[in-house]
Design a protein around this ligand. Structure first.
Ligand SMILES: Nc1nc2c(ncn2[C@@H]2O[C@H](COP(=O)(O)OP(=O)(O)OP(=O)(O)O)[C@@H](O)[C@H]2O)c(=O)[nH]1
Ligand SMILES: [Mg+2]
Length: 302
């Protein structure tokens, strides 16, 4: 039997469950997840094996109406991921249905749908009555010619085996693109920075998570098998620095502990994590910050 391998882009509105689905498909937490919108900022690849097929899932930032440079770069990265893929899976949140945002995505798909298969995955089916799903599926299929429709719960796992099985048969025949046991291709420094950003996003409120970024500055291997990791958290205002630190430093301490524990589990060894907060009023307009995030600065041009 010949091997197959290809790229499957997961696209959809922010919060649709793309990263949750990627992690479930891969069987490990490769992409960060929060209950807030716009968690994922760049394309994140996760590799899954299914029989003789290697499926390279591409998690993308949510598609929304961008306002800032960062937003535009994120949305461009998402559409770029779809345009480069062999198969696109559009995730829709069952309980939200066909929003204006979804309508805009369907229009966008008209442009890039040519030459690739586009499937529909209605996610979070654990949150709605079964009757709702049929109507939603019909409505969406009238608006766009999806090659297949799946009803899934990325979080609970319903329907994901069927989706992965189907995808395995859709990717083109050809040699595998990654070693069989590889699950991600993001550099560890970036995965580590993302883990810290996830913990910050979970603890901070309102706009703050959208106005900070995390970078791994140093990574030092120690003789005892542990690693010392230094990270910088860039914020845009003095006031934000105080909030990130928290009363007597308790917020940053809690963030650091949670991120370190997750990193230790991921890497299977002891980690010493040091976080430093820096005020950098213009980081959102600095090209270096974008390359650190895995984004193209020019994509953010208005
Ligand atoms: N009830 C339920 N919640 C889900 C399901 N899938 C994802 N979620 C939740 O939805 C929220 C958003 O999930 P993410 O995976 O971060 O969504 P995303 O599409 O990657 O979001 P962005 O990165 O912001 O574009 C999280 O709180 C998930 O736990 C599901 O099948 N059922
Ligand atoms: Mg995400």
């Amino acid at each position: 039997m010949s091997t197959r391998a290809g790229f499957v882009a997961l696209i959809g509105e922010p919060n649709a469950g793309k990263s949750t689905l990627l992690n479930r498909m891969v069987g490990a937490k490769v992409s960060i997840v929060t209950h807030k919108v716009q968690t994922t900022r760049a394309r994140i690849r996760g590799v899954a094996m299914e029989g003789q097929s290697q499926i390279v899932f591409v998690d993308t930032p949510g598609l929304f109406q961008p306002r800032r440079r960062l937003d535009r770069a994120m949305v461009a990265a998402a559409w770029g991921g779809a345009a480069d893929a062999d198969v696109v899976v559009l995730l829709i949140e069952a309980q939200r249905g066909v929003t204006e945002g979804v309508e805009r995505i369907l229009e966008g798909l008209e442009d890039i749908g040519e030459g690739r298969k586009v499937a529909l995955a209605i996610n979070k089916i654990d949150r709605v009555q079964a009757e709702v799903l049929l109507g939603l599926s019909q409505k969406l299929n009238e608006q766009y010619p999806f090659v297949e429709t799946f009803m899934i719960s990325a979080e609970k796992g319903h329907g994901v085996v069927a989706l992965r099985h189907w995808l395995a048969g859709q990717v083109p025949t050809g040699p595998w693109l990654y070693p069989e046991d590889q699950i991600a291709d993001l550099p560890m420094r970036m995965i580590a920075a993302e883990m810290t950003r996830e913990k910050l996003t979970l603890r901070l409120h309102q706009e703050l998570p959208y106005q900070l970024t995390v970078e791994t500055e140093g990574w030092e291997e120690r003789k005892d098998g542990s690693a010392k990791i230094d990270q910088l958290i860039y914020v845009i205002r003095d006031g934000h620095k105080g909030i990130v630190l928290g009363n007597k430093g308790e917020t940053i301490k809690a963030v650091s502990k949670a991120a370190r524990e997750e990193l230790e589990e991921f890497l299977g060894r002891k980690i010493h994590l040091f976080l430093q907060v820096k005020v950098r009023p213009n980081w959102l307009d600095e090209s270096e910050r974008y390359s650190q995030m895995g984004l193209n600065f020019k994509d953010g041009n208005a």
